[in-house]
Design a protein around this ligand. Structure first.
Ligand code: ATP
Ligand code: MG
Length: 251
């Protein structure tokens, strides 16, 4: 059974239709990349899936539950969202990550909550930052804190809007490895938007290409062809294989 089902989702801003009749399914254990040009509607789609924006029509179900039937707390236990360019208000890195446990905390954090936070700090290599103020971190460091907060939320579906955009090469690989490992370990799913096609190719099981407000294609790595890159981005490219990895080389 799918862990995320999006059915006939449409959304318009007052003077702009952004998403038209989008349907797709994500299975447990999958990392899905959403690809498309700037302004294609990727962030808007994620916001509709997470109920931050109210879709004009359609439905979204997570682990079989229609999101419209869930309380905010229930939704936050099933779905997490790292917004594009997320920024924090002044607090320590440890507390910013602990906030990810909020959907589970009754009136005070338990030993288990602290353990989960500590574990995520170690996994993301943030030990030296734990007591620093989040407002005093670099863009890439903040992005890792945002991911740590999502991981401690332990949801069925993680929605990650450009989680690697500010990361250096080593951290891009590290963060995407952690995302994939988390997805496999708990048999959950991640839906990730990314502009780095080669990073997407390396870490995703499925690819959802968006063009002209609709889904252009959705499928495995075989859907990423020179023709698709030309249609979606208007760029001539060659698809090559380097060191066992499929890569897109713009011509
Ligand atoms: N609050 C808003 N009000 C009106 N229009 C908006 C609003 N936010 C975004 N848009 C428009 O909706 C369209 C889709 O925006 P969205 O942010 O979803 O694109 P995106 O695919 O995430 O782009 P990027 O790759 O640059 O992040 C764009 O044309 C954008 O200008
Ligand atoms: Mg965006």
């Amino acid at each position: 059974m799918s862990i995320l089902t999006v059915n006939g989702l449409s959304f318009s801003y007052p003077s702009l239709d952004v998403i038209k009749d989008v349907s797709f399914e994500v299975m447990p254990g999958e990392v899905v990349s959403i690809l498309g040009m700037n302004g294609a509607g990727k962030s808007t789609l994620l916001k509709c899936i997470n109920r931050i924006l109210k879709m004009s029509s359609g439905s979204v179900a997570v682990s079989g539950c229609d999101i419209s039937s869930l309380s905010s707390r229930e939704l936050a236990q099933k779905m997490s969202f790292v917004i594009q360019g997320s920024r924090f208000s002044s607090t320590s890195v440890f507390d910013a990550i602990l906030l990810g446990r909020k959907p589970y905390i009754e009136w005070d954090a338990t030993k288990k909550d602290f353990e989960i936070v500590k574990d995520s700090i170690c996994r993301l290599g943030l030990e030296d930052y734990a007591l620093r103020n989040v407002t005093e971190m670099s863009g890439g460091e903040s992005q890792k804190v945002a991911l740590a907060r999502t991981i401690v939320q332990q949801t069925d579906v993680m929605l990650l809007d450009e989680p690697t955009s500010a990361l250096d090469l080593k951290n891009q690989l590290e963060v995407m490895n952690i995302v994939r490992e988390e997805v496999r370990r708990r048999n959950v799913a991640a839906v990730v938007t990314m502009h780095d096609l080669n990073l997407a190719l390396r870490f995703s099981d499925k690819f959802l290409m968006v063009k002209d407000r609709r889904i252009y294609s959705m499928g495995g790595i075989e859907t990423i062809t020179a023709g698709a890159i030309k249609d979606v981005y208007g760029v001539d490219a060659e698809i090559a294989e380097v060191g066992g990895h499929k890569v897109v080389v713009p011509l």
